[in-house]
Design a protein around this ligand. Structure first.
Ligand code: ADP
Length: 298
């Protein structure tokens, strides 16, 4: 287990930031940590990286207890805080060299990481001259210098333009091939593009923890439709992309489709072709965006 968080609570004075949060991450998973502003994402990340202590609970990273052994745990964790703390006046290689000295990382490793995060074309520049996207790459490079098992990225794509966004997402995905990554965002599409698993928190409470595939339902759509007449199974079976159907001897059908497009218009066309009228039609399929809005709505 790469990350284990058990019943973690944290208050700042009167402000409850986390309330009994528990989750785990397996080795190699990319987890999207979603929630509206103030949900407690940064607080959770600071606790995971050993920068602040919870009031209650247990936290381990790479099987090391972060609360009792923060320094050792930090050897297994790479962390990119929300405000990427870079030195604008330093050259890229100079900054990474400075960071590397903290972890006693070799010069060869610095060069390897520069290549890995795609910094080679900009390596001769001062950090202050780089675009926000390249500055994020420097932050990510610094976070992975010591080759940590777990990478924690706090809103790594906030403030990036669409091209940079895509590049950083691709980099996260690439790094996720060998590391466990927990990254926070408030953009649902980002999670869809990058993650294996989604954790949603709101007001310090964990609302959802599920594999992305399960949330997407593998393009599964459940539709319930009521026609004005009873029709035979053989007609219903003519609907395209239909994977299963059920009807309780009345005019209502529970249909399951496997399709990327919304099947409701096709059901309307089908009804018209067969001279039927639709009395009720509902689709229980939820896009991730809708789900996110629903679970985080106040
Ligand atoms: P998120 O990262 O999801 O935006 P945070 O973890 O930053 O959420 O904040 C969670 C809650 O804790 C918020 O209500 C925030 O105002 C509060 N909070 C965060 N840091 C501090 C702090 N240092 N002092 C007081 N309250 C804080």
């Amino acid at each position: 287990m790469s990350i284990k968080v058990q019943s973690v609570s944290k208050t700042y004075g009167q402000q409850l930031a986390l309330n009994q949060v528990s989750f785990t991450a397996n080795k190699g998973e990319i987890i999207g940590f979603l929630g509206p502003n103030g949900a407690g994402k940064s607080t959770m990340m600071k606790i995971l990286t050993g920068y602040i202590l919870p009031n209650e609970g247990e936290v381990s990273v790479a099987e090391i207890d972060v609360l009792s052994d923060a320094i050792q745990a930090q050897g297994k964790i790479g962390y990119l805080p929300e405000q990427n703390p870079l030195y604008a006046d330093m050259y890229v290689r100079e900054y990474l060299g400075f960071q590397a000295s903290v972890f006693k990382v070799s010069k060869e490793r610095i060069e390897e990481v520069i290549g890995q995060v795609g910094l080679t074309p900009e390596v001769h520049k001062k950090i202050g001259q780089l675009s926000k996207g390249y500055q994020q790459r420097v932050g990510i490079a610094a976070a992975i210098l010591h080759n940590p098992e777990v990478l924690i990225l706090d809103e790594p794509t906030t403030g990036l333009d669409p091209n940079q966004l895509q590049e950083i997402r691709a980099l996260i995905k690439e790094l996720g091939k060998e590391k466990t990554i927990l990254f926070s965002t408030h953009i649902m599409q980002e999670v869809e593009a990058v993650c294996d698993r989604v954790i949603i928190i709101k007001k310090g409470e964990l609302l959802l923890d599920k594999p992305l595939q399960e949330l997407k339902g593998s393009n599964q759509q459940n539709v319930e439709v009521t026609f004005d007449y009873k029709i035979e199974e053989q007609f219903i079976q003519k609907l395209s992309n239909l994977t299963s159907f059920k009807n309780n001897f009345d005019n209502t059908w529970h249909l399951t489709f496997n399709a990327e497009e919304d099947m409701r218009p096709a059901i309307f066309d089908f009804a018209q072709e067969h001279g039927l009228k639709i009395l009720e039609l509902s689709s229980q399929n939820q896009s991730l965006e809708k789900l996110f809005k629903e679970v985080t709505a106040s």
